[in-house]
Design a protein around this ligand. Structure first.
Ligand SMILES: [Zn+2]
Length: 470
């Protein structure tokens, strides 16, 4: 009897449709007002929206800084109806990319009200909706906003949590098909007509991966628990995997890999992109300014720790990601704001770079039996980074300006950047905003101190003339 609906494929056309109602009012879903919200597959919507963005010459993934080649690959893969696997270390934007792709799904879809998986009124896949549209005179509909369902790669995940299904056991016990315990949708079924984001796909137990593969290939799957999933799930699958995670968990199985295009997501290519990502994602949106020289010092310290050329490269096992850059920006701004600085000063790094260590310590790992500590590595890397930014500032000071500065300091002996005047002309030319002047003067003097030896830093913001006694 009603059991047969489970396996029946149902297509609703105007000729066999019940009366559809939305918010209690009867509607013609084939009217142009509603036609875009049903009867189509997710991949159709994605293609259509991609073309729309191309025609407008717009970047659908404008939240993502840089990554031009990756964006092109994603668009091509989606256009040809493929699923995507992002491969890369944590913190380089795999999740952000998946959320950005969500934009290509329709803002809302028309679904059968009360359906646990938001069935399409013209092609329902769950038995209870099939029964409704075939037997009932009127069926209530509802608009559902687009769905981004995160499916964590949990090695302890059960089949019921991941997939779910119809319990044959419960039906045999005499439960009605509509009973809530008969059909329990897992996360994958809940992503029907939406985006399923498999965060760490490789950490899903391999038996479940095989089931997933069947689920997306076939119309019917039986789980080891004896539940059946007699429906074709329509969702856009985006997955991620971190090559560094090989702590005994199974990798991604061959049949799944075969159905999914791998796109590598690495660190930002340039320091400008690194800075842009840091600034966009900071949680402290206002407060002291972070002048360009500080942005460069901090971002290049992080980038150095990822580089093979870093003098600690063979010690660093897990490199700091963009989250380190973001947190560094947050912490120096926080420190400067607390101290009432208009712009970040070197003292905001902490006496021995404690503020920087705070942002970095938990965001990189070093090998076990290393003679240098994490803190020593941070100190070394940040000092190198200050050196390199200072040397480019030093080289940009015109010779005549340099002579004037040195002459002036030799007269007054000690300069306090918090009170200084008369020395700031060149510093002002470095600023994007007048509030940066003290910070600019400090970094200019620091550059002269580090590169020429005419002056030295004696305390926070205070530089003194060093008589040339060599
Ligand atoms: Zn349904």
């Amino acid at each position: 009897m009603e059991f047969e609906y489970i396996f029946e494929e149902v297509k609703i056309k105007p000729s066999n449709a019940p009366r559809f109602r939305l918010n209690g009012k009867e509607v013609d879903i084939w009217n142009e007002k509603f036609i875009n919200y049903h009867s189509r597959n997710i991949s159709d919507y994605v293609r259509e929206n991609l073309i729309r963005y191309e025609l407008m010459n717009m970047d659908p993934f404008n939240e993502i800084v840089g990554k031009k080649i990756e964006k092109e690959l994603i668009k091509t893969a989606l256009m040809s109806g493929s699923n995507i696997l992002f491969k890369g270390k944590k913190g380089y934007g795999k999740t952000t990319f998946s959320k950005s792709i969500l934009k290509l799904l329709p803002e809302k879809i028309l679904a059968i009200k009360g359906c646990k998986i938001h069935d399409d009124p013209t092609q329902p896949v769950c038995f209870s909706c099939k029964k409704k549209v075939l037997e009932e005179e009127s069926v209530e509909l509802v608009f559902v906003p687009r769905k981004w369902i995160r499916i964590p790669g949990d090695p302890m995940m059960t089949t019921r949590q991941l997939i779910g299904g119809i319990s044959i056991q419960k039906i045999r016990e005499g439960y009605d098909l509509d009973h809530p315990e008969v059909f329990t949708p897992g996360r994958v079924l809940k992503a029907h007509r939406g985006l399923a984001y498999f965060d760490e796909l490789g950490s899903i137990p391999s038996a479940l991966q095989t089931l997933l593969h069947e689920l997306f290939e076939e119309r019917q799957v039986t789980t080891p628990e004896g539940d059946i999933v007699p429906m074709k799930i329509d969702s856009l699958i985006i997955a991620s995997t971190n090559p560094a995670n090989y702590k005994g968990v199974s990798d991604i199985k061959e049949p799944l890999l075969d159905r999914i295009e791998q796109i590598d997501i690495g660190p930002p290519e340039t320091i400008e992109e690194e800075i842009e990502i840091g600034l966009r994602n900071m949680s402290l949106k206002s407060g002291a300014r972070i002048p360009e020289w500080h942005l460069k010092i901090l971002a290049s310290a992080v980038r150095c720790m990822r580089s093979k050329n870093c003098r600690f490269a063979n010690r660093i096992e897990i490199e700091p990601s963009c989250r380190a850059t973001i947190k560094l920006f947050d912490h120096v701004r926080a420190s400067a704001t607390r101290k009432g600085h208009e712009a970040v000063m070197l003292s905001d790094y902490g006496e021995r770079f404690e503020v920087i260590k705070l942002a970095l310590r938990s965001r990189f790992e070093i090998d076990y039996d290393t003679e240098v500590s994490k803190d020593e590595i941070v100190e070394g890397v940040v000092n190198d980074s200050i050196d390199s930014v200072c040397s480019s500032i030093y080289n940009s000071i015109p010779r005549n300006v340099f002579s004037e500065i040195i002459e002036r300091i030799s007269e007054i002996k000690v300069v306090n950047v918090y009170k200084a005047n008369g020395l700031a002309d060149f510093a002002i030319s470095m600023c994007k905003d007048i509030s940066e002047v003290k910070s600019a003067l400090e970094i200019m003097l620091e550059s002269i101190a580090r590169c020429s030896g005419f002056i030295e830093r004696i305390s926070d913001g205070v530089y003194s003339y060093k008589a040339y006694d060599r």
